[in-house]
Design a protein around this ligand. Structure first.
Ligand code: NDP
Length: 448
Protein backbone atom coordinates (compact mmCIF):
# COMPACT_ATOMS: atom_id res chain seq x y z
CA UNK A 1 0.00 0.00 0.00
CA UNK A 2 1.57 3.31 -1.06
CA UNK A 3 1.12 6.37 1.10
CA UNK A 4 1.14 9.44 -1.13
CA UNK A 5 3.41 12.07 0.44
CA UNK A 6 1.23 15.04 -0.27
CA UNK A 7 2.41 18.52 0.51
CA UNK A 8 0.37 21.53 1.45
CA UNK A 9 1.95 23.57 -1.33
CA UNK A 10 1.13 21.03 -4.02
CA UNK A 11 -2.41 20.60 -2.79
CA UNK A 12 -3.05 24.35 -2.65
CA UNK A 13 -1.49 24.87 -6.07
CA UNK A 14 -4.02 22.38 -7.47
CA UNK A 15 -6.92 24.18 -5.77
CA UNK A 16 -5.68 27.52 -7.16
CA UNK A 17 -5.40 26.15 -10.69
CA UNK A 18 -8.89 24.69 -10.61
CA UNK A 19 -10.44 27.82 -9.05
CA UNK A 20 -8.60 30.77 -10.62
CA UNK A 21 -8.91 34.13 -8.86
CA UNK A 22 -11.08 32.76 -6.04
CA UNK A 23 -8.90 34.10 -3.24
CA UNK A 24 -11.35 33.71 -0.35
CA UNK A 25 -11.90 30.08 -1.31
CA UNK A 26 -8.15 29.42 -1.56
CA UNK A 27 -7.70 30.96 1.90
CA UNK A 28 -10.40 28.81 3.52
CA UNK A 29 -9.05 25.61 1.96
CA UNK A 30 -5.47 26.47 2.94
CA UNK A 31 -6.46 27.05 6.57
CA UNK A 32 -8.12 23.63 6.75
CA UNK A 33 -5.52 21.74 4.69
CA UNK A 34 -2.72 22.96 6.95
CA UNK A 35 -4.31 20.91 9.76
CA UNK A 36 -5.58 17.95 7.74
CA UNK A 37 -2.54 17.11 5.61
CA UNK A 38 -0.29 16.40 8.62
CA UNK A 39 -3.17 14.50 10.29
CA UNK A 40 -3.67 12.13 7.33
CA UNK A 41 0.05 11.48 6.75
CA UNK A 42 -0.21 8.11 8.51
CA UNK A 43 -3.79 7.37 7.39
CA UNK A 44 -3.52 5.96 3.87
CA UNK A 45 -7.25 5.27 3.58
CA UNK A 46 -7.98 9.01 3.35
CA UNK A 47 -5.12 9.65 0.95
CA UNK A 48 -5.83 6.81 -1.46
CA UNK A 49 -9.48 7.74 -1.70
CA UNK A 50 -8.54 11.41 -2.32
CA UNK A 51 -10.88 12.48 0.46
CA UNK A 52 -9.46 15.98 1.01
CA UNK A 53 -9.27 16.62 -2.74
CA UNK A 54 -12.94 15.59 -3.07
CA UNK A 55 -13.97 17.70 -0.08
CA UNK A 56 -12.42 20.77 -1.72
CA UNK A 57 -14.69 20.38 -4.76
CA UNK A 58 -18.38 21.33 -4.33
CA UNK A 59 -20.96 18.76 -5.40
CA UNK A 60 -22.42 21.49 -7.61
CA UNK A 61 -22.79 25.25 -7.97
CA UNK A 62 -26.00 26.71 -9.35
CA UNK A 63 -25.80 30.24 -10.80
CA UNK A 64 -28.85 32.10 -12.06
CA UNK A 65 -30.19 35.47 -13.15
CA UNK A 66 -32.53 37.28 -10.77
CA UNK A 67 -34.66 40.02 -12.40
CA UNK A 68 -36.93 42.29 -10.41
CA UNK A 69 -38.65 45.65 -10.71
CA UNK A 70 -37.79 48.58 -8.42
CA UNK A 71 -40.30 51.09 -7.07
CA UNK A 72 -39.70 53.42 -10.04
CA UNK A 73 -40.56 50.71 -12.55
CA UNK A 74 -36.92 50.08 -13.58
CA UNK A 75 -35.92 46.49 -14.33
CA UNK A 76 -32.94 45.44 -12.24
CA UNK A 77 -30.70 42.38 -12.71
CA UNK A 78 -28.72 40.53 -10.03
CA UNK A 79 -26.96 37.19 -9.89
CA UNK A 80 -28.12 34.39 -7.60
CA UNK A 81 -26.09 31.39 -6.40
CA UNK A 82 -26.43 28.19 -4.44
CA UNK A 83 -23.29 26.19 -3.72
CA UNK A 84 -24.22 22.65 -2.67
CA UNK A 85 -20.91 21.66 -1.20
CA UNK A 86 -21.14 18.30 0.52
CA UNK A 87 -24.13 16.21 1.62
CA UNK A 88 -22.28 13.19 3.02
CA UNK A 89 -23.78 13.44 6.49
CA UNK A 90 -27.12 15.14 5.79
CA UNK A 91 -29.00 17.55 3.50
CA UNK A 92 -27.03 20.61 2.38
CA UNK A 93 -27.45 23.29 5.02
CA UNK A 94 -26.14 26.85 5.18
CA UNK A 95 -27.21 30.45 4.93
CA UNK A 96 -28.09 32.85 2.15
CA UNK A 97 -26.15 36.13 1.97
CA UNK A 98 -27.36 39.29 0.21
CA UNK A 99 -24.46 41.73 -0.11
CA UNK A 100 -22.78 43.49 -3.05
CA UNK A 101 -19.51 41.64 -2.32
CA UNK A 102 -21.06 38.20 -2.91
CA UNK A 103 -19.18 36.19 -5.54
CA UNK A 104 -18.70 32.54 -6.35
CA UNK A 105 -15.43 32.62 -4.35
CA UNK A 106 -17.09 34.01 -1.21
CA UNK A 107 -19.89 31.45 -1.33
CA UNK A 108 -17.51 28.57 -2.01
CA UNK A 109 -15.38 29.52 1.00
CA UNK A 110 -18.51 29.73 3.13
CA UNK A 111 -19.91 26.42 1.83
CA UNK A 112 -16.60 24.65 2.39
CA UNK A 113 -16.35 25.96 5.97
CA UNK A 114 -19.98 25.08 6.58
CA UNK A 115 -19.36 21.40 5.83
CA UNK A 116 -16.86 21.18 8.70
CA UNK A 117 -18.93 23.35 11.03
CA UNK A 118 -22.10 21.33 10.53
CA UNK A 119 -20.18 18.14 11.17
CA UNK A 120 -18.90 19.61 14.45
CA UNK A 121 -22.44 20.22 15.71
CA UNK A 122 -22.99 16.45 15.82
CA UNK A 123 -26.25 16.89 13.89
CA UNK A 124 -26.97 15.29 10.49
CA UNK A 125 -26.35 18.28 8.20
CA UNK A 126 -24.22 18.68 5.08
CA UNK A 127 -22.70 21.97 3.94
CA UNK A 128 -23.95 24.58 1.48
CA UNK A 129 -24.23 28.32 1.05
CA UNK A 130 -26.01 30.71 -1.28
CA UNK A 131 -26.83 34.30 -1.94
CA UNK A 132 -26.76 37.19 -4.32
CA UNK A 133 -24.92 40.44 -5.02
CA UNK A 134 -28.24 42.21 -4.31
CA UNK A 135 -27.85 45.02 -1.75
CA UNK A 136 -30.89 45.28 0.55
CA UNK A 137 -29.57 48.55 2.01
CA UNK A 138 -31.72 51.51 1.04
CA UNK A 139 -34.36 49.31 -0.63
CA UNK A 140 -38.04 49.54 0.31
CA UNK A 141 -39.82 46.53 1.83
CA UNK A 142 -41.65 46.02 -1.46
CA UNK A 143 -38.40 46.00 -3.41
CA UNK A 144 -36.88 43.46 -1.01
CA UNK A 145 -40.05 41.34 -1.33
CA UNK A 146 -39.98 41.40 -5.13
CA UNK A 147 -36.30 40.49 -5.14
CA UNK A 148 -36.79 37.61 -2.68
CA UNK A 149 -39.73 36.27 -4.69
CA UNK A 150 -37.74 36.35 -7.91
CA UNK A 151 -34.73 34.72 -6.21
CA UNK A 152 -36.89 31.90 -4.84
CA UNK A 153 -38.68 31.41 -8.18
CA UNK A 154 -35.44 29.86 -9.45
CA UNK A 155 -33.99 28.53 -6.19
CA UNK A 156 -37.06 26.43 -5.31
CA UNK A 157 -36.16 23.88 -8.01
CA UNK A 158 -32.90 23.05 -6.23
CA UNK A 159 -33.84 22.91 -2.54
CA UNK A 160 -36.18 20.92 -0.32
CA UNK A 161 -36.56 19.81 3.28
CA UNK A 162 -34.52 16.63 2.64
CA UNK A 163 -32.26 18.09 -0.07
CA UNK A 164 -31.02 21.53 0.87
CA UNK A 165 -32.26 23.77 3.68
CA UNK A 166 -31.02 27.40 3.49
CA UNK A 167 -31.10 29.95 6.34
CA UNK A 168 -30.11 33.61 6.86
CA UNK A 169 -26.70 35.29 6.82
CA UNK A 170 -25.49 38.85 6.15
CA UNK A 171 -28.40 40.88 4.73
CA UNK A 172 -30.89 38.03 5.21
CA UNK A 173 -32.91 38.17 8.42
CA UNK A 174 -36.49 37.39 9.45
CA UNK A 175 -38.00 39.71 6.81
CA UNK A 176 -36.17 38.09 3.89
CA UNK A 177 -36.73 34.53 5.17
CA UNK A 178 -40.47 35.31 5.45
CA UNK A 179 -40.66 36.53 1.85
CA UNK A 180 -38.67 33.55 0.54
CA UNK A 181 -40.63 30.98 2.54
CA UNK A 182 -43.91 32.53 1.35
CA UNK A 183 -42.82 32.23 -2.28
CA UNK A 184 -41.59 28.63 -1.86
CA UNK A 185 -44.89 27.64 -0.28
CA UNK A 186 -46.82 29.30 -3.09
CA UNK A 187 -44.79 27.70 -5.88
CA UNK A 188 -44.70 24.19 -4.42
CA UNK A 189 -48.05 24.15 -2.63
CA UNK A 190 -46.45 22.50 0.37
CA UNK A 191 -45.69 23.67 3.91
CA UNK A 192 -42.38 22.10 4.88
CA UNK A 193 -39.25 23.11 6.79
CA UNK A 194 -37.31 24.15 3.69
CA UNK A 195 -35.78 27.23 5.33
CA UNK A 196 -34.68 27.85 8.91
CA UNK A 197 -34.77 31.12 10.80
CA UNK A 198 -38.50 31.33 10.08
CA UNK A 199 -40.95 33.42 12.13
CA UNK A 200 -42.34 31.66 15.21
CA UNK A 201 -45.85 31.72 13.71
CA UNK A 202 -44.81 29.55 10.77
CA UNK A 203 -42.41 26.92 12.04
CA UNK A 204 -39.49 28.94 13.41
CA UNK A 205 -37.64 27.85 16.52
CA UNK A 206 -37.23 29.81 19.72
CA UNK A 207 -33.67 31.16 20.26
CA UNK A 208 -32.63 30.68 16.60
CA UNK A 209 -32.14 34.46 16.35
CA UNK A 210 -29.93 34.55 19.44
CA UNK A 211 -28.13 31.24 18.87
CA UNK A 212 -25.05 32.25 16.84
CA UNK A 213 -24.08 35.16 19.11
CA UNK A 214 -24.84 33.25 22.32
CA UNK A 215 -22.94 30.21 21.02
CA UNK A 216 -19.87 32.31 20.18
CA UNK A 217 -19.73 33.49 23.79
CA UNK A 218 -20.40 29.98 25.19
CA UNK A 219 -17.38 28.80 23.18
CA UNK A 220 -15.37 31.67 24.66
CA UNK A 221 -16.56 30.87 28.17
CA UNK A 222 -15.64 27.20 27.71
CA UNK A 223 -12.15 28.12 26.46
CA UNK A 224 -11.62 30.52 29.38
CA UNK A 225 -12.77 27.94 31.92
CA UNK A 226 -10.60 25.25 30.37
CA UNK A 227 -7.66 27.63 30.87
CA UNK A 228 -8.67 28.33 34.48
CA UNK A 229 -10.05 31.81 33.72
CA UNK A 230 -13.51 33.45 33.38
CA UNK A 231 -15.53 36.27 31.80
CA UNK A 232 -16.03 38.40 34.90
CA UNK A 233 -14.68 41.94 34.40
CA UNK A 234 -13.20 41.29 30.94
CA UNK A 235 -13.26 44.17 28.42
CA UNK A 236 -14.59 42.80 25.15
CA UNK A 237 -14.20 44.47 21.74
CA UNK A 238 -16.95 43.33 19.37
CA UNK A 239 -17.20 44.22 15.67
CA UNK A 240 -20.50 44.33 13.78
CA UNK A 241 -23.91 45.37 15.02
CA UNK A 242 -26.08 42.83 13.22
CA UNK A 243 -27.62 39.58 14.36
CA UNK A 244 -24.47 37.84 15.60
CA UNK A 245 -22.87 40.91 17.23
CA UNK A 246 -26.06 41.88 19.09
CA UNK A 247 -26.55 38.57 20.86
CA UNK A 248 -22.83 38.09 21.47
CA UNK A 249 -22.90 41.48 23.23
CA UNK A 250 -25.94 40.46 25.28
CA UNK A 251 -24.34 37.20 26.43
CA UNK A 252 -21.02 38.88 27.34
CA UNK A 253 -22.94 41.28 29.58
CA UNK A 254 -24.96 38.46 31.16
CA UNK A 255 -21.76 36.60 32.01
CA UNK A 256 -20.15 39.62 33.69
CA UNK A 257 -17.99 41.03 30.87
CA UNK A 258 -18.11 44.56 29.50
CA UNK A 259 -18.63 45.26 25.76
CA UNK A 260 -16.67 48.37 24.84
CA UNK A 261 -16.97 48.49 21.03
CA UNK A 262 -19.43 47.66 18.26
CA UNK A 263 -19.22 48.61 14.58
CA UNK A 264 -20.88 48.73 11.18
CA UNK A 265 -19.51 49.26 7.69
CA UNK A 266 -19.09 53.01 8.37
CA UNK A 267 -16.96 52.74 11.56
CA UNK A 268 -17.08 51.82 15.25
CA UNK A 269 -18.15 53.28 18.58
CA UNK A 270 -15.95 53.09 21.68
CA UNK A 271 -17.91 53.10 24.93
CA UNK A 272 -15.41 52.57 27.79
CA UNK A 273 -18.21 52.31 30.39
CA UNK A 274 -19.64 49.31 28.56
CA UNK A 275 -22.78 48.81 26.45
CA UNK A 276 -25.41 48.02 29.07
CA UNK A 277 -28.86 46.54 28.51
CA UNK A 278 -30.48 49.91 27.86
CA UNK A 279 -27.80 51.01 25.38
CA UNK A 280 -27.92 47.64 23.60
CA UNK A 281 -31.69 48.02 23.18
CA UNK A 282 -31.00 51.41 21.56
CA UNK A 283 -28.43 49.75 19.26
CA UNK A 284 -30.94 47.08 18.19
CA UNK A 285 -33.58 49.68 17.43
CA UNK A 286 -31.04 51.79 15.51
CA UNK A 287 -29.50 48.97 13.45
CA UNK A 288 -32.25 46.35 13.07
CA UNK A 289 -35.41 48.48 13.03
CA UNK A 290 -34.41 51.91 11.70
CA UNK A 291 -31.52 50.38 9.69
CA UNK A 292 -29.46 53.50 10.52
CA UNK A 293 -25.72 54.23 10.96
CA UNK A 294 -23.82 53.44 14.15
CA UNK A 295 -22.60 57.03 14.61
CA UNK A 296 -26.08 57.85 15.98
CA UNK A 297 -25.19 55.72 19.03
CA UNK A 298 -22.10 57.86 19.67
CA UNK A 299 -24.18 61.05 19.36
CA UNK A 300 -26.91 59.67 21.64
CA UNK A 301 -24.58 58.55 24.46
CA UNK A 302 -21.70 61.04 24.04
CA UNK A 303 -19.01 58.44 23.23
CA UNK A 304 -16.34 58.28 20.54
CA UNK A 305 -17.04 57.30 16.92
CA UNK A 306 -14.17 56.42 14.58
CA UNK A 307 -14.02 55.28 10.99
CA UNK A 308 -12.45 51.86 10.40
CA UNK A 309 -12.36 48.79 12.65
CA UNK A 310 -12.17 48.58 16.43
CA UNK A 311 -8.95 46.58 16.81
CA UNK A 312 -6.77 49.46 18.00
CA UNK A 313 -8.81 49.70 21.21
CA UNK A 314 -7.17 48.05 24.25
CA UNK A 315 -9.25 45.02 25.24
CA UNK A 316 -8.91 41.64 26.95
CA UNK A 317 -10.97 39.76 24.37
CA UNK A 318 -11.85 40.34 20.70
CA UNK A 319 -15.05 38.95 19.16
CA UNK A 320 -15.21 39.73 15.43
CA UNK A 321 -18.85 39.46 14.29
CA UNK A 322 -19.05 41.44 11.01
CA UNK A 323 -17.47 39.76 7.99
CA UNK A 324 -14.51 37.87 6.48
CA UNK A 325 -10.92 39.16 6.70
CA UNK A 326 -11.76 41.94 9.12
CA UNK A 327 -8.67 41.29 11.30
CA UNK A 328 -5.49 41.71 9.26
CA UNK A 329 -2.06 40.46 10.40
CA UNK A 330 -1.16 43.96 11.60
CA UNK A 331 -4.43 44.33 13.49
CA UNK A 332 -3.87 40.95 15.14
CA UNK A 333 -0.44 42.13 16.30
CA UNK A 334 -1.97 45.39 17.54
CA UNK A 335 -4.57 43.46 19.54
CA UNK A 336 -1.80 41.33 21.08
CA UNK A 337 0.37 44.30 21.95
CA UNK A 338 -2.62 45.91 23.67
CA UNK A 339 -3.07 42.84 25.90
CA UNK A 340 -5.73 40.78 24.10
CA UNK A 341 -5.70 37.24 25.55
CA UNK A 342 -8.60 35.55 23.72
CA UNK A 343 -10.44 35.69 20.39
CA UNK A 344 -13.75 34.01 19.58
CA UNK A 345 -14.84 34.31 15.94
CA UNK A 346 -18.56 35.04 15.50
CA UNK A 347 -18.17 35.95 11.82
CA UNK A 348 -16.97 33.45 9.22
CA UNK A 349 -13.20 33.57 8.54
CA UNK A 350 -12.82 37.05 10.06
CA UNK A 351 -9.06 36.66 10.65
CA UNK A 352 -6.54 36.64 7.81
CA UNK A 353 -4.11 33.70 7.76
CA UNK A 354 -1.26 35.96 8.99
CA UNK A 355 -3.44 37.12 11.89
CA UNK A 356 -4.22 33.53 12.92
CA UNK A 357 -0.49 32.78 12.84
CA UNK A 358 0.19 35.76 15.11
CA UNK A 359 -2.48 34.63 17.62
CA UNK A 360 -1.18 31.06 17.61
CA UNK A 361 2.45 32.07 18.03
CA UNK A 362 1.45 34.29 20.95
CA UNK A 363 -0.34 31.27 22.48
CA UNK A 364 -3.59 33.12 23.22
CA UNK A 365 -6.97 31.37 23.22
CA UNK A 366 -8.29 31.29 19.66
CA UNK A 367 -11.78 29.94 18.91
CA UNK A 368 -12.05 29.54 15.10
CA UNK A 369 -15.32 30.41 13.41
CA UNK A 370 -16.26 26.90 12.35
CA UNK A 371 -16.48 25.98 16.05
CA UNK A 372 -17.30 29.32 17.67
CA UNK A 373 -20.23 30.30 15.46
CA UNK A 374 -21.71 26.82 15.05
CA UNK A 375 -24.49 27.55 17.57
CA UNK A 376 -26.66 29.17 14.87
CA UNK A 377 -26.68 26.23 12.52
CA UNK A 378 -27.05 23.87 15.48
CA UNK A 379 -30.35 25.51 16.45
CA UNK A 380 -31.29 25.51 12.76
CA UNK A 381 -30.78 21.74 12.92
CA UNK A 382 -33.11 21.65 15.91
CA UNK A 383 -35.63 23.75 13.93
CA UNK A 384 -35.51 21.11 11.18
CA UNK A 385 -36.23 18.36 13.73
CA UNK A 386 -39.15 20.32 15.18
CA UNK A 387 -40.58 20.93 11.68
CA UNK A 388 -40.31 17.26 10.64
CA UNK A 389 -42.04 16.07 13.77
CA UNK A 390 -44.53 19.01 13.82
CA UNK A 391 -43.68 20.07 17.36
CA UNK A 392 -42.03 23.06 19.03
CA UNK A 393 -39.73 22.84 22.01
CA UNK A 394 -39.76 25.21 24.97
CA UNK A 395 -37.19 27.96 25.30
CA UNK A 396 -35.52 26.48 28.42
CA UNK A 397 -35.06 23.16 26.65
CA UNK A 398 -33.48 24.83 23.61
CA UNK A 399 -31.19 27.02 25.73
CA UNK A 400 -29.93 23.89 27.47
CA UNK A 401 -29.47 22.04 24.16
CA UNK A 402 -27.48 24.97 22.71
CA UNK A 403 -25.25 25.17 25.78
CA UNK A 404 -24.61 21.42 25.68
CA UNK A 405 -23.85 21.42 21.96
CA UNK A 406 -21.32 24.25 22.40
CA UNK A 407 -19.72 22.42 25.32
CA UNK A 408 -19.42 19.25 23.24
CA UNK A 409 -17.93 21.23 20.33
CA UNK A 410 -15.41 22.78 22.71
CA UNK A 411 -14.46 19.44 24.24
CA UNK A 412 -14.19 17.73 20.86
CA UNK A 413 -11.89 20.52 19.58
CA UNK A 414 -9.88 20.35 22.81
CA UNK A 415 -9.39 16.58 22.39
CA UNK A 416 -8.31 16.71 18.74
CA UNK A 417 -6.34 19.93 19.32
CA UNK A 418 -4.38 18.85 22.42
CA UNK A 419 -0.66 19.61 22.04
CA UNK A 420 2.40 18.33 23.86
CA UNK A 421 2.96 21.64 25.69
CA UNK A 422 -0.53 21.47 27.24
CA UNK A 423 -1.91 24.31 25.09
CA UNK A 424 -5.01 23.56 23.01
CA UNK A 425 -4.83 24.28 19.27
CA UNK A 426 -8.55 24.87 18.75
CA UNK A 427 -8.08 25.55 15.04
CA UNK A 428 -6.48 22.18 14.33
CA UNK A 429 -8.96 20.55 16.72
CA UNK A 430 -11.99 22.00 14.89
CA UNK A 431 -10.64 21.16 11.45
CA UNK A 432 -9.76 17.56 12.31
CA UNK A 433 -12.91 16.83 14.34
CA UNK A 434 -15.06 18.26 11.52
CA UNK A 435 -13.11 16.33 8.88
CA UNK A 436 -13.17 12.86 10.41
CA UNK A 437 -16.95 12.39 10.43
CA UNK A 438 -17.46 13.60 6.86
CA UNK A 439 -14.40 11.71 5.62
CA UNK A 440 -15.54 8.43 7.16
CA UNK A 441 -18.98 8.81 5.59
CA UNK A 442 -17.32 9.42 2.22
CA UNK A 443 -15.19 6.30 2.65
CA UNK A 444 -18.34 4.29 3.29
CA UNK A 445 -19.91 5.52 0.03
CA UNK A 446 -16.98 4.53 -2.19
CA UNK A 447 -16.19 6.67 -5.20
CA UNK A 448 -19.22 8.94 -5.69
P1 NDP B 1 -26.00 41.04 9.67
O1 NDP B 1 -26.33 41.44 8.27
O2 NDP B 1 -27.09 40.92 10.67
O3 NDP B 1 -24.90 42.06 10.27
C1 NDP B 1 -23.68 42.25 9.65
C2 NDP B 1 -22.91 43.33 10.41
O4 NDP B 1 -21.59 43.40 9.90
C3 NDP B 1 -23.50 44.72 10.23
O5 NDP B 1 -23.21 45.49 11.35
C4 NDP B 1 -22.75 45.23 8.99
O6 NDP B 1 -22.69 46.64 8.91
C5 NDP B 1 -21.38 44.65 9.25
N1 NDP B 1 -20.69 44.38 7.97
C6 NDP B 1 -21.11 43.58 6.97
N2 NDP B 1 -20.22 43.60 5.96
C7 NDP B 1 -19.24 44.42 6.36
C8 NDP B 1 -18.03 44.85 5.76
N3 NDP B 1 -17.67 44.42 4.53
N4 NDP B 1 -17.24 45.71 6.45
C9 NDP B 1 -17.60 46.16 7.69
N5 NDP B 1 -18.73 45.78 8.31
C10 NDP B 1 -19.53 44.93 7.64
O7 NDP B 1 -25.18 39.67 9.53
P2 NDP B 1 -24.96 38.54 10.63
O8 NDP B 1 -24.80 39.14 11.96
O9 NDP B 1 -25.97 37.48 10.42
O10 NDP B 1 -23.57 37.91 10.15
C11 NDP B 1 -22.30 38.44 10.57
C12 NDP B 1 -21.23 37.39 10.36
O11 NDP B 1 -21.57 36.20 11.10
C13 NDP B 1 -21.02 36.92 8.92
O12 NDP B 1 -19.66 36.58 8.72
C14 NDP B 1 -21.86 35.65 8.84
O13 NDP B 1 -21.44 34.78 7.81
C15 NDP B 1 -21.58 35.07 10.22
N6 NDP B 1 -22.56 34.09 10.69
C16 NDP B 1 -23.87 34.41 10.81
C17 NDP B 1 -24.77 33.47 11.27
C18 NDP B 1 -26.19 33.79 11.55
O14 NDP B 1 -26.86 32.97 12.18
N7 NDP B 1 -26.71 34.94 11.16
C19 NDP B 1 -24.33 32.08 11.56
C20 NDP B 1 -22.90 31.88 11.50
C21 NDP B 1 -22.07 32.85 11.03
P3 NDP B 1 -23.82 47.48 8.08
O15 NDP B 1 -25.02 47.55 8.98
O16 NDP B 1 -23.18 48.80 7.83
O17 NDP B 1 -24.07 46.70 6.82
Amino acid sequence: MTVRADSLERFIAGVQTRNPGETEFHQAVQEVAASIIPYIQDKPQYQEMQILERMAEPDRTIIFRVCWEDDNGNIRVNRGYRVQFNNSIGPYKGGIRFHPTVTSSVLKFLGFEQTFKNSLTGLPMGGGKGGSDFNPKGKSNNEVMRFCQSFMTELHRHIGEDTDVPAGDIGVGAREIGYMFGQYKRLRNEFVGVLTGKGLEFGGSLIRTEATGYGTIYMLENMLQHAGNGMEGKRVAISGSGNVATYAAEKVRQLGGSVITMSDSSGFIYDPDGIDRHKLAYMVELKQVRRGRIKDYADEFGVEFHEGRPWNVACDIAVPCATQNEISSDEAKLLLSNGCMAVSEGANMPTELGGIKAFQEAGILFGPSKAANAGGVAVSGLEMSQNSSRISWEEDELQELLKNIMKKIHDNCADYGATSNGRVDYLAGANIAGFVKVADAMLAYGVV
